[in-house]
Design a protein around this ligand. Structure first.
Ligand code: ZN
Length: 227
């Protein structure tokens, strides 16, 4: 793994690379599209540091899946340690905002769900979290009003705005920190809006944040050459 956190001005972050804490079903429309109930508290899961890869790298789909799906999510880079944090502590702890793909092997996940097994093989595999460079918080007017979108081969597939989150960012980070201490360099993915769907070999992806920052990536032409 040669991933390290970057900022959009080209600066490399000195923060270490840590775990990725993810929230499922933080947008009502996405929960409905997969026929999942809207949960009464955040559904949390994790990806290890080995899931991270720079968005500029090719996306690789593991050979054991035929249905690797995109979930675009607003990603938070942690700058300070948070443990059972208050909202005030959360406010000073965010080091950056970016976009991530929570790659999900939907066929494997369905199988694991049916067996009552954990999701790691569907969501935590190597490279399952392509991530963009981060925008510093000073450059974001209101993190709870951030628009973002994913286009594939020039067609818009997912569009969201952080104002539609069931659990807003600060509450979410405080809640997560009551279970898992968030360390500097950890990342939190804040859930995906509706429109998830499959990625195919050679797909060209464009991710946009706040109509201002644009990132591109591509699915490997022969994804099954991996593992
Ligand atoms: Zn997700």
């Amino acid at each position: 793994m040669n991933y390290s956190h970057q900022f959009i001005d080209g600066g490399r972050s000195i923060l270490p690379v840590g775990k990725v804490v993810c929230v499922g079903r933080n947008y009502v429309e996405h929960a409905r599209e997969l026929n999942n109930p809207v949960p009464s508290e955040p559904l949390l899961f994790m990806k290890p540091a080995t899931a991270l890869s720079a968005m500029s790298e090719l996306i690789r789909i593991p050979a054991y899946s035929n249905d690797c799906q995109h979930e675009i999510e607003l990603a938070i880079l942690m700058g300070k340690k948070l443990s059972s944090a208050t909202i005030d502590e959360v406010k000073g702890a965010i080091a950056g905002y970016g976009l991530a793909l929570d790659l999900t092997l939907r066929d494997i996940q369905q199988h694991l769900k049916q067996q009552g097994q954990p999701w790691e093989r569907a969501k935590a595999f190597d490279g399952s979290c392509p991530i963009t460079p981060f925008v510093k918080p000073e450059a974001i007017a209101n993190a709870q009003e951030l628009e973002f979108s994913l286009s594939i081969n020039k067609a818009v597939k997912q569009q969201g705005n952080s104002r539609e989150m069931l659990w807003p960012i600060q509450q979410l980070l405080a809640h997560i920190s009551t279970y898992f201490t968030l360390m500097p360099g950890d990342i939190v993915l804040t859930g995906t809006p509706s429109g998830v769907g499959p990625l195919r070999a050679g797909d060209q992806l464009v991710l946009e944040l706040a109509r201002q920052y644009r990132f591109t990536t591509q699915v490997m032409a022969n994804p099954h050459s991996f593992k």
